[in-house]
Design a protein around this ligand. Structure first.
Ligand SMILES: [Zn+2]
Ligand SMILES: [Zn+2]
Length: 315
């Protein structure tokens, strides 16, 4: 028996979970990409107080929030990570680009980290579980910080060869992945250019850069990261998952349905996360529209039978 088929090694054979250490330049860029939008978020109050914000800034910010947010939820997450539907090639590439506009890392890196999260959910090996430090109040505060943001600074790099061989083999997706820096510049620059042209002023370009660029990226960052932190700590657990995943209704609209996170861990490939009555799931609506347009097919919609099987036995 070789090492590769040893029963102690999970699927992926001899490939280790961690590929190596992140270099200095990418490490510095992670700090910049996390802290710059966060500073913008903090600055919103005095800036809105002092100069206000225009409807134009709000409109551009909303368009980019929706495009980059759905790029993450429908694209990076439900499609690339979990394969909850199949997409025609133009849509496949468009989803990779849209997700890249969220400044949350290149598509293949993001997917590798997230597949690792599901493989080791809330256990040793999970890149961002809040439960790795213990259950006391101090340990949980530390766990919250780690799950929400701290894990991003961990220099151990998830092994893409092990977790994402399918995406590495795709030339188009690899190209989008390598161009991450370009998408990160464009996601700030395009709103600024639009703001400048539509208001015909340099000031309009500057305020759009701030609101529709940095603040929008910062807000989406913290909504996405809340799924890793809050949705593994507080909320309902109507479904049987082998981890701490929970449903958090106040985040449903801003996260485009991703905060129905308990069902997601109970049934990761399901295209709809908000499966119960009244659970708004905008991402599922968008996938439904793609299916109707003929751009997506083989969508893994939930069935009543499957949901009944997944429901947690109560009492
Ligand atoms: Zn999770
Ligand atoms: Zn997932």
């Amino acid at each position: 028996m070789t090492v590769a088929d040893s029963p102690t090694r999970p699927a992926g054979g001899a490939r280790p979970i961690i590929a190596g250490r992140r270099g200095l330049a990418p490490q510095i860029s992670v700090y910049v990409f996390v802290i710059l939008p966060l500073l913008a978020l903090v600055a919103t109050v005095p800036i809105a107080w002092g100069w206000g914000l225009t409807w134009l800034d709000v409109a551009i910010a909303a368009v980019f929030y929706v495009a980059s947010g759905l790029g993450i939820t429908v694209g990076y997450h439900r499609y690339f990570t979990h394969g909850s539907f199949k997409a025609k090639r133009p849509l496949r590439v468009a989803l990779a680009v849209a997700g890249s506009l969220a400044m949350q890392g290149p598509v293949i890196t993001w997917v590798a980290d997230h597949r690792r999260h599901h493989a080791f959910s809330d256990k040793e090996g999970d890149p961002h579980s809040p439960w790795l430090f213990g259950t006391g109040p101090v340990a949980l505060a530390k766990g919250f910080w780690h799950a929400h943001t701290g894990w991003l600074f961990d220099r151990d790099v998830t092994n893409r060869e092990r977790f994402t061989p399918d995406l590495l083999a795709d030339r188009d997706i690899s190209r989008v992945d390598r161009l991450f820096l370009l998408w990160s510049v464009l996601t700030l620059l395009v709103p600024a250019v639009l703001g400048g042209l539509l208001s015909w002023s340099w000031w309009g370009a500057l305020t759009a850069l701030f609101w529709a660029g940095l603040v929008r990226v910062g807000l989406l960052h913290h909504v996405t990261w809340s799924i890793n932190s809050i949705c593994h700590m507080i909320g309902d657990q109507p479904f049987a998952a082998r981890d701490h995943s929970r449903n958090v209704w106040p985040l449903a609209v801003l996260s485009f349905g991703e905060s129905w996170h308990n069902l997601h861990h109970a049934d990761p490939t399901c295209a709809r996360h908000g499966v119960q009555r009244g659970q708004v799931d905008i991402s599922a609506r968008v996938i439904w529209a793609f299916e109707k347009l003929g751009w997506a097919h083989s969508v893994r919609w939930p069935t009543q039978r499957r949901l009944a099987k997944l429901a947690r036995e109560t009492g």
